[in-house]
Design a protein. Structure first.
Lengths: 258, 258
């Protein structure tokens, strides 16, 4: 990919993060949940508007797909499309003041070229240029490890898993489970080998665009729960995992012994 | 409490954390899980030994209760007892390289006087002197908020919750669930208002000593799952929560509508 594109994307994210941290500090003086919900909506919108203005100025042919409205005009991935979630993990933003991320995936004619997930409060920057591997704060991440199912940590939304017998059985087969409340961070953690699988029933393209590139560049697998390729134009389920764990979970869910 | 005792405890933790970070960096070159399990055991033991030596030198009348052997001689909390978990969240240490904490609670004649939970990799230091409130990196934490059950985030071990009908129902009643794999950090998050309740079926005194002081100093409640006071001498269940959420979860588990 064009190095100037990568540099521009990182610069925009750095500016967005500085703005988010400033608003977050103010947010600690906001007492009510309703006010905090307003805050996150405002911050979400302002970051997306900032990206729209930057693109209009620096890359006028590029298009932006974001959670806050700019997705409505995007019906294909022709040319260069930036898929942005200004704040992935809005409940964490409002409730915890941490545990959220800026997520960005850049696609050219539907192919991923650059993925970023930035944990704003813990200053962890996960990046991946297509074909060049995944990085954490500039250090190359190794390929995701080949783990057994019984040696794996997996993450998901518990409220979904507890109502499904197959998933409850899966919980008993793994080393442990985690739940962080941010799809972007959970994908980044799969890429970093911190967890070995992340499953979700329904996510939007901007939730997964950046993180899915990270996982693929760390040699992990990313599909929907039917094993099909993501199209990044519609909401879908998500299944990201290290290859051995992807295989064993698929076998378990299909009723084969693993 | 004696200011020199607080200063000494923080100094020991700072030295322990520097040592842990050094070993963690080396650990990234260790490939196999068996070797990583050895690493965490070694680090655990070395940190506990360091505390034993410091106490013998600086506070010879104080006693240490730790996971790595020094608990065996502690059958009461008379005098001053330091209850230490050198690495709380050992699976996270081995598997993720982050998401673990040093946990320390200091008790005088059974009463808590100082609690510390230190998230080593994210540099978040949670502290509480009895009667003086809880702090994060030197900034006072507000009292835990009065949240409704439907507005709460709660955390627990999913593998335990999915097999219990009452807890599965509870998951449906809350805003969301989280799971981090470190009791010390989850208690610190309750104290910081990031999550509103943490429940566990079975923990050791060193898992909860530091964090429980944090929660109490932020005006949260800490008991076992029967509502009884913890004795810090035996393994027990744990239920830490903001008061309104503690009440609503208790009512739910006892079959009252909430």
């Amino acid at each position: 990919m064009d190095e100037s594109l990568r540099q521009a994307a990182l610069q925009y994210i750095s500016e967005a993060a500085a703005y988010i941290r400033t608003e977050m500090k103010k947010g600690y003086d906001v007492d009510t949940k309703a006010n905090k919900d307003d805050l996150v909506t405002t911050v979400d919108k302002n970051v997306e508007t900032m990206f729209q203005e930057k693109l209009a100025q620096d890359f006028p042919e590029h298009r932006l797909m974001g959670e806050e409205g700019s997705f409505e005009n995007i019906h294909d991935l022709d040319g260069t499309v930036w898929i942005l979630d200004p704040i992935d993990g809005t409940v964490n933003f409002v409730h915890m003041g941490t545990g959220f991320a800026v997520s960005l995936g850049i696609f050219q004619d539907g192919e991923p070229v650059f993925g970023v997930v930035y944990d704003v409060m813990n200053d962890e920057l996960f990046t991946a240029v297509a074909g060049e591997g995944a990085y954490l704060n500039g250090h190359a991440l190794p390929n995701v490890p080949d783990r057994t199912l019984s040696g794996s940590l997996i993450s998901f939304n518990t409220g979904w898993v507890i109502h499904n017998e197959k998933y409850r059985e899966l919980v008993d087969k793994v080393r442990g489970t985690r739940s962080y409340g941010s799809a972007a961070l959970e994908l980044a953690y799969v890429a970093a080998g911190r967890i070995d699988a992340y499953l979700s029933l329904r996510l939007a393209p901007w939730d997964v665009a950046g993180g899915s590139i990270l996982v693929q560049e760390a040699r992990g697998l990313v599909t929907n729960l039917n094993g099909e390729k993501l199209d990044f134009l519609h909401k879908d389920s998500l299944f990201a995992a290290a290859p051995t764990v992807y295989r064993d979970i698929t076998n378990h869910l299909n009723g084969h012994s693993s």
